[in-house]
Design a protein around this ligand. Structure first.
Ligand SMILES: [Fe+2]
Length: 293
């Protein structure tokens, strides 16, 4: 009897310790660095990639401060672009947090660009985690129009299935933004990728888009997976997307296209835990291939 009480206490302590660790990890934002080399540009580019902020009104103030500090510190040195790849909010109340606490910190010479993710369209709760059991449980829509207004007022251009050609620093660039891919049940929206020699960058919340555009663009920046969020010492148990689990975080190559999946900055309010999938902000350098050492 005493033995089993001992085992019970030990298990309880392990669970409490694990929860404490996973809760703390969810606020420990790391800076990831990614350098891509290409002969598709003439002058190097720098990008800050933020994904899955999952902002909401009563989120932990310490976590919000940490997000602000990381953005502030890493934008001291100007970047060319800031890319936001969806799940900017977790609840409607996150729209104000985004507009008041985050957007004023963002600046980039070439512009701020965003695409929306599934959480920007719907408020989820814990029942949706077990969606096979609660598939009839309705999701509450967010105020997307207001979110779009706040983003626009904050200087962010939201790409909703859009192709934006531009010349920047002598580089011929094409920016493609894929709107919430899940809405179309993973079918490719009506986006025509130009067949020119511009350097093509795609922003898409869902990494699944890679199956539709690999070999036709240079790089895809995405999020959604949270790097597996709760992993087996870094190996995602689920990719939350139709990609291989080991491709659910970081960079992978698909034909000639690089897919980069950010682990994201935040977490959903109903599961504020991460295990060996720390949040990240990614600083990207795209360099001229000749400069490769
Ligand atoms: Fe997310």
């Amino acid at each position: 009897m005493v033995f089993w009480i001992g085992v019970g206490i030990l298990l309880f302590l392990v669970v409490v310790f694990w929860l404490g660790y996973a809760y703390r990890e969810a606020s420990r934002i790391h800076i990831e660095h990614l350098t891509l080399y290409t002969d598709g540009i003439k002058q190097g580019l720098s990008i800050m990639h933020l994904s899955d902020l999952h902002l909401f009104g009563n989120m932990s103030s310490a976590r919000l401060r940490r997000i602000q500090d990381v953005i502030r510190e890493n934008l001291e040195k100007p970047v060319d672009f800031v890319f936001l790849t969806g799940d900017l909010i977790d609840k409607n109340s996150g729209i104000d947090v985004l507009g008041e606490k985050i957007l004023p910190l963002l600046r980039a010479e070439g512009g701020l660009f965003a695409v929306l993710g599934n959480h920007d369209y719907f408020e989820y709760n814990v029942l949706h985690v077990f969606s096979p059991l609660f598939f009839l449980h309705e999701k509450k829509s967010t105020d997307v129009e207001r979110l779009l207004r706040v983003l626009r007022d904050g200087g962010v251009r939201v790409l909703r299935n859009e192709v934006v050609p531009m010349t920047y620093k002598g580089n011929s660039l094409t920016l493609v933004g894929v709107d919430n891919f899940l809405q179309g049940r993973y079918s490719w929206p009506d986006i025509q990728i130009p067949e020119d020699d511009s350097y093509k960058m795609v922003l898409a919340h869902f990494p699944d888009v890679i199956h539709h555009i690999k070999g036709r663009v240079d790089v895809v920046f995405s999020g959604h997976t949270h790097g597996g969020q709760i992993t087996v010492w870094g190996y995602p148990v689920t990719a939350k997307a139709k990609i291989r689990r080991r491709e659910a975080r970081g960079a992978s190559i698909h034909d000639t296209t690089v897919l980069y999946v950010s682990k994201g900055v935040g977490v959903s309010h109903y599961l504020p835990l991460r295990f060996f999938a720390h949040p990240d902000v990614t600083l990207i350098r795209i360099e001229v291939a000749d400069e490769k050492k």
